[in-house]
Design a protein around this ligand. Structure first.
Ligand code: 1HE
Length: 259
């Protein structure tokens, strides 16, 4: 049985970490199953939702598999996480992650590789690598620090502090706080919205923005102009721009002002 189950619902791939008895701890076999599901989603879906079965999203690296490893085995394992998570982060479609319960260690690294994170009040976050005598290895030093900042990440790793969902929202980890138990529905709603975008726009958003941010000012602007032009010349863009001018496009959903 796959440790990551896969369903396709109206162009949305739903990937579920399915090892609840071990709190969805990421074993080598589960990482392999995740890669298979991610590659399938890239072929057939327009957006994806990632979630965890049971009480928690993910308890991080399967520590049972990592008691005795050589340095080279450790490096190879970490590079495998990077390879799979990169297929999410810089792949073909946007990922919305529905969080609940523990989002710990490698679980937070996985959530940080997705594009939009939804949590509820019962979700909590931690990086207990220091307590376990190890270090982040699933891209966290790059991706988690980008979201929350290096100083906050150091604090979490040094102290093992557990962040609440509210704090995680303030830290830039959480994009949306849903009703308790409602993170999957919220993530699906967001994925359906994104799936209606032009695929090339979505591809540019998930692949170009971070690269531009990482590059110099001049290179960033140059790169942006190329992508802007590339998206504009597609028939899909012509059709969408014309629909707006002919007043056939959906209007912006402007939030009502609070009285
Ligand atoms: C595990 C793991 C795991 C649970 N590897 N087996 N991650 C951590 O340091 C977090 C470790 N886990 C926990 O702190 C807790 O399990 C939770 C707070 C997430 C959940 O608590 P709870 O009470 O719901 O579950 P539990 O009773 O602690 O665990 C249930 C079973 O899952 C139990 O196994 P059992 O055979 O005794 O039933 C646990 O041993 C097992 N389990 N978490 C292996 N992580 C790429 S580098 C990334 C580096 C990291 O991720 S470091 C952080 C690792």
């Amino acid at each position: 049985m796959a440790l990551v189950s896969y369903e396709l619902a109206d162009d949305i791939a739903v990937l579920t970490l399915s090892r609840p008895e071990k709190r969805n701890a990421m074993s080598d076999a589960m990482l392999t199953d995740l890669a298979v599901a991610v590659d399938r989603a890239a072929r057939e879906a327009k957006a994806a939702v990632l979630r965890g079965e049971g009480k928690h999203f993910c308890a991080g690296l399967d520590l049972a598999e990592h008691v005795e490893k050589t340095v080279m085995q450790g490096i190879a394992g970490s590079r495998e996480w990077h390879a799979v998570f990169t297929r999410i982060q810089r792949g073909a479609i946007p990922y919305f992650v529905a969080l609940h319960g523990a989002v710990v260690g490698g679980g937070l690294e996985l959530a940080a590789a997705a594009h939009v994170r939804v949590a509820d009040a019962n979700t909590y976050f931690a990086l207990p690598e220091g307590q376990r005598g190890i270090f982040v290895g699933g891209g966290g030093s790059v991706n988690v620090s980008r979201l929350m900042g290096v100083s906050r990440m150091m604090d979490l790793m040094l102290t093992g502090r557990v962040l609440s969902a509210d704090e995680a929202e303030r830290y830039g980890i959480v994009n949306y706080l849903a009703e308790p138990g409602g993170t999957f529905e919220k993530a699906m709603e967001l994925a359906r919205i994104a799936a209606r975008n032009a695929p090339l726009s979505n591809y540019a958003i998930i692949n170009a923005l971070q690269r531009i941010h990482d590059s110099g000012y001049d290179e960033g602007l140059f790169f942006e102009s190329m992508i802007a032009s590339l998206t504009q010349v597609t028939p899909e863009a012509h059709e969408r721009l014309r629909a707006f001018l002919e007043k056939k496009a959906a209007r912006l959903a402007i939030p009502e002002a609070e009285s």
